[in-house]
Design a protein around this ligand. Structure first.
Ligand code: AMP
Length: 186
């Protein structure tokens, strides 16, 4: 199964991604972690992306498109994967589809962990450092929402969007997700 997981900061993406990957036995490709590991190992790729990651800027699309172009050819991901943190823009979503077309593969679902704005604010405040201003958190969330809506529309138009109520306990969200995905394969 090939999946993408989408959700705001504090939506529970990381938790759900890990639970799904272990239950479905598919590898997790979490781009933020991959980038940080490459930087820590000082690989050529790590050195290339370091200035962007360290300044909090998005890594240019061409770099990530090229990265996934070779990463998705590797044998460990030939039977499926779950992407976390990518795509982050509608352009990246479209580029991912082009890439999958070249590989004669298809995305099964883009999972949208839907959590009300005020819950994300509350969770972000709980997770944040004391010197993070509420206005900055609000701004971060607003930017996220602005960028995410076009991705949701992109997948919805292609009937690939799976919207899950993420405002529940992690166990409940996971059970629902698993039930839906297992129905699709049986
Ligand atoms: P994250 O762990 O998701 O916050 O990502 C850490 C950093 O990695 C971001 O600040 C960006 O520099 C970079 N990054 C992660 N995902 C993407 C993406 N989809 N497109 C561009 N840059 C990304």
């Amino acid at each position: 199964m090939r999946l993408v997981i989408l959700g705001g900061p504090g939506a529970g993406k990381g938790t759900q991604a890990e639970l799904l990957c272990s239950n479905l036995s598919i590898p997790l490709l979490a781009i933020g972690e991959i980038l940080r590991a490459q930087i820590a190992e000082a690989t050529d790729f790590g050195n290339l992306v370091m200035p962007y990651v360290e300044s909090g800027e998005l890594v240019p699309d061409e770099i990530l498109i090229q990265f996934f172009g070779s990463r998705l050819l590797m044998p460990d991901v030939s039977n499926g994967w779950l992407l976390e943190g990518y795509p982050r823009t509608a352009f990246q979503a479209e580029e991912l589809d082009f890439l999958l077309e070249d590989l004669a593969q298809q995305l099964d679902w883009a999972i949208w962990l839907k959590v009300p704005h005020e819950v994300l604010v509350k969770r972000s405040i709980e997770r944040s450092r004391s010197d993070d201003h509420p206005e900055i958190l609000q701004r971060r969330l607003a930017l996220f929402e602005e960028r995410t809506i076009p991705i949701l529309e992109y997948y919805d138009r292609r009937s690939k969007l799976l919207t899950i109520d993420g405002d529940r306990s992690p166990e409940k969200v996971h059970q629902d997700l698993l039930k839906f995905l297992k129905q699709q394969v049986s």
